[in-house]
Design a protein around this ligand. Structure first.
Ligand code: ZOZ
Ligand code: NAI
Length: 725
């Protein structure tokens, strides 16, 4: 049964039972209405408690139903109205989560009791829709417009203690919320429920309300560039002000329908399920997430407490895993220690605000200079400078001090995992764990399997990622792995566009208007231009190793842009030096100003190389940069480095600021049409045969040839096609 009913003296307890998250699917709605109807009719029942089985109230509407006709059966809001109208008091007993439709259901109840560990929220905006079961109408009636907007637009999960302060929850308990709800239900039997029926209240206005909402719209347009759902949320809340509930509900429904027509909800829901799918990893050998048992990670070590190591150590401590943090000398250790302790203090403050004791949640970090102290840890994450020789030296030391079954991870952003693993006795226990900066905040983790990495090691690293609250994607070992590898052809196109007549701000604007958080030039300035320059110097693409007589704009017969090297030779490394593709107020400054110097250099460069200035249209800028990404994405699939388009999309959405409302780069390709992507790439490649990255990928051509199947079928198609390669 999707919902069950039991009796506790005069209180009926109706429990939603629909694993894994008690989503309010059609069977649940039917069962709830049935049980609720019987409880209201039963004269021995004086009050009702609504609860969720297995410690979860409900994660909301069943998202998988949105594109089916099941949604059209009993609507969530109709169900909520029936519950709210009950003459017997109804108390929601919230444990775990009450999200989206789950919270909307709880708001239709007359009282809400929550366990201290639970979270409530209206996260619909994160899947491209708005809370359309009365959430945009009941919440402002309960806590006022500003607080309701803050919860709805950010889609955040509000901890129970904060929800109590906001007035969303009536009572927070340390123990069992169902028992507490039964107690409260008994107390309120026979009380007047008029004021507890939120839909009958009015949202008061004030003279500033309209301008407050207008400002919220303007802010949301800037903050969520291109995303429609946040704007729709504000408009729905606007419809709650000084208007009868029915008016607001009508508007809520209309806005839902218009949003659905934009295609953004479908893209965001694809992104949502892709994040869950990537956890279900498979290995070319046939190993799978559900057949391999991970080993527990009870203690861990982090080597190197620079930009990445300090975030990784904090992440581990936050997940209650005790950490030993090692640095190369006393000075670096002190700097690292200060940084980690600072980050942990901030975490402790957050926990205290949530009414939780930091000591019970945050594990200790022990700082050391001695490798010998790593002898008992279950897992080590190395995060020293990006240098293969240095990393090998560290792994040799680990081989001699760590216990033989310790997992050894490297945070390299693109070096060869196999080469590092080869210096150990157990290459099967070596794996790449590529965190993103700042590692305690960014959700993405690329888990990089080497040739010899064992399935247990993969399972352990993937599970560790989940424990750390990351979305982990298993990828193969190739230079730069997936995310950074895709950046190459994208950045090349951006550079070529400058050679041909664009300026950094033109290119960035087009990509930022498209929704990418940061255009390629602002991104490079932030990351530091010297990083790529050093890598190109090592590869002999620039600097002394370049053979005499090599044309400035060619390497190994292919097109090459020396523009970024020219900037680096002048010490323009980006934000850190106050100058790069843009000008900043000071070294470390963040506000990018277009730089007349760069314009001048570009003019001279074009003259020197006799390049005819042809500024590209926004459409061409977008196509060249984004299709370069897509094409490389197909190559990554072809090479078996990522196992499906979802994997690439999850990486780009979570690590590279791709707008989630466009689903991901591969999803975007499917919406543009693979045929169109192929045509554009073919045309470009014909004009520029010296840019091999734009030569259409074999898989792209094959998918077009087999009739452009929908993206959910690509994984199988890719498998079949790769076998035939
Ligand atoms: C006129 C039009 C009327 C339209 C009415 C619209 C009314 C609305 O207002 C619409 C809504 O409620 S939309 C849903 C809002 N709720 C959410 O966005 C919560 C989504 N879930 C989560 O955040 C996490 O799963 C959660 C925090 C809950 C749990 O996280 P975990 O990390 O523990 O577990 P996951 O791996 O994320 O999830 C476990 C399995 O559950 C599936 N799932 C989660 N939420 C779902 C949901 N709401 N619907 C359907 N399936 C859902 C999830 O996919 C996963 O299953 P598998 O993929 O099979 O592993
Ligand atoms: N900075 C970033 O955004 C990202 C960096 N990475 C990778 O993470 C690794 C670390 O990068 P960052 O943290 O940026 O470097 P960083 O330069 O900020 O920090 C490196 C730290 O390693 C320490 N170290 C060097 N040799 C050591 C040794 N022998 N023993 C112990 N500690 C030693 C240094 O003292 C320094 O504190 C690199 O492999 C990098 O490619 C990966 C993802 C993103």
């Amino acid at each position: 049964m999707a919902a069950t009913r039991s009796l506790s003296h005069t209180v009926a307890v109706i429990t939603i039972n629909y694993p894994p998250v008690n989503a309010l699917s059609s069977p649940v709605r039917h069962a709830l209405i049935k049980e609720f109807g019987e409880a209201t009719k039963d004269p021995s029942v004086k009050a009702i408690v609504l609860a969720g089985a297995n410690g979860k109230f409900s994660a909301g509407a069943d998202i998988r139903e949105f594109s089916t006709s099941a949604l059209k059966t009993i609507s969530l809001e109709d169900m909520n109205e029936t519950i709210e109208a009950s003459r017997k008091p109804v108390v929601a007993a919230i444990e775990g989560v009450a999200l989206g439709g789950g919270l909307e259901l709880a708001l239709a109840c007359h009282y809400r009791v929550a366990n201290v560990q639970s979270r409530v929220g209206l996260p619909e905006v994160l899947i491209g829709i708005l809370p359309a079961a009365g959430g945009t109408q009941r919440l402002p009636r309960l806590i006022g417009v500003p607080a309701a907007l803050d919860v709805i637009i950010r889609g955040r999960h509000v901890p129970a203690t904060e929800a109590l302060q906001l007035g969303i929850i009536d009572e927070v308990v340390q123990g069992n919320a169902v028992n507490a709800a039964i107690l409260l239900a008994r107390k309120v039997i026979g009380s007047n429920l008029d004021k507890r029926r939120l839909s009958t209240n009015y949202v008061p206005s004030n003279p500033n309300m309209e301008s407050f909402l207008d400002t919220a719209v303007e802010k949301a347009k800037k903050q969520f560039r291109g995303a429609q759902a946040p704007i729709a949320c504000i408009e729905a809340v606007r419809a709650s002000v000084q208007k009868p509930y029915k008016h607001g509900i009508e508007k809520e429904r209309q806005l839902f329908t218009s949003l659905w027509a934009t295609g953004q909800p479908q893209a965001q829901q694809y992104a949502f399920f892709s994040e869950r799918n990537v956890a279900k990893w498979t290995h070319p050998s046939g190993g799978r997430w559900d057949t391999v048992t991970p080993k527990p990670v009870r203690t861990a070590a982090v080597i190197g407490l620079g930009t990445m190591g300090r975030g990784i150590a904090t992440s581990l401590a936050k997940a209650n895993i005790p950490v030993i943090a090692l640095e190369q000398d006393a000075q670096q250790l002190e700097i690292g220690k200060k940084a980690v302790n600072g980050l942990l203090e901030r975490e402790a403050e957050k926990l205290l605000k949530q009414g939780l004791a930091p000591g019970t949640v945050l594990a200790p970090v022990h700082f050391t200079l001695h490798f010998a102290e790593l002898r008992d840890v279950d897992l080590v994450i190395e995060a020293v400078y990006e240098n293969t020789e240095l990393k090998k030296e560290i792994f040799r030391k680990l081989k001699s001090v760590c216990k033989p079954d310790a997992f050894l991870c490297t945070n390299t952003s693109g070096l060869n995992i196999d080469e590092i693993a080869a210096v150990t006795n157990h290459p099967d226990l070596v794996i790449g764990t590529h965190f993103f900066s700042p590692a305690n905040i960014m959700r993405l983790l690329e888990v990089v399997r080497g040739q010899q990495t064992s399935l247990t090691t993969i399972a352990t690293a993937m599970t560790l990622g989940k424990t750390l609250g990351k979305v982990s994607v298993l990828v193969g070992n190739c230079p730069l792995f997936v995310g950074n590898r895709l950046l190459g052809p994208y950045v090349d196109q951006a550079n070529y566009l400058l050679e041909e007549g664009c300026y950094p701000e033109d290119v960035d604007k087009v990509l930022e208007d498209f929704g990418i958080t940061m255009g390629p030039f602002r991104m490079m300035d932030l990351a530091g231009l010297d990083v790529g320059w050093r890598a190109r110097t090592e590869k002999g693409l620039t600097g002394n190793k370049v053979l005499h007589g090599t044309p400035a704009r060619q390497r190994l017969g292919n097109r090459y842009s020396p523009l970024p090297d020219m900037l680096c030779e002048l010490g323009r490394f980006g934000q850190k030096t106050g100058k790069g593709w843009y000008l900043y107020d000071k070294p470390g400054g963040r506000i990018a100003h277009p730089d007349p110097w760069v314009k001048d250099v570009l003019h001279k460069y074009r003259n020197t190389h006799h390049i005819k200035q042809r500024p590209a249209s926004p459409e061409v800028i977008l196509e060249r940069c984004v299709y370069a990404l897509i094409n490389e994405g197909f190559r990554v699939l072809e090479d078996g480095i990522a196992s499906g388009p979802e994997d690439i999309d999850v990486i780009y959405n979570n690590g590279y600021g791709w707008p989630k409302y466009r689903g991901g780069i591969m999803y975007y390709a499917s919406t543009v049409g693979l045929g169109k992507v192929l045509d554009v790439l073919e045309k470009y490649h014909k004009e520029h045969p010296d840019v091999p990255s734009m030569k259409p990928a074999f898989l792209l051509k094959k998918l077009v040839a087999v009739g452009e199947p929908p993206i959910k079928e690509w994984r199988t198609q890719v498998g079949n096609l790769v076998h035939k390669l």
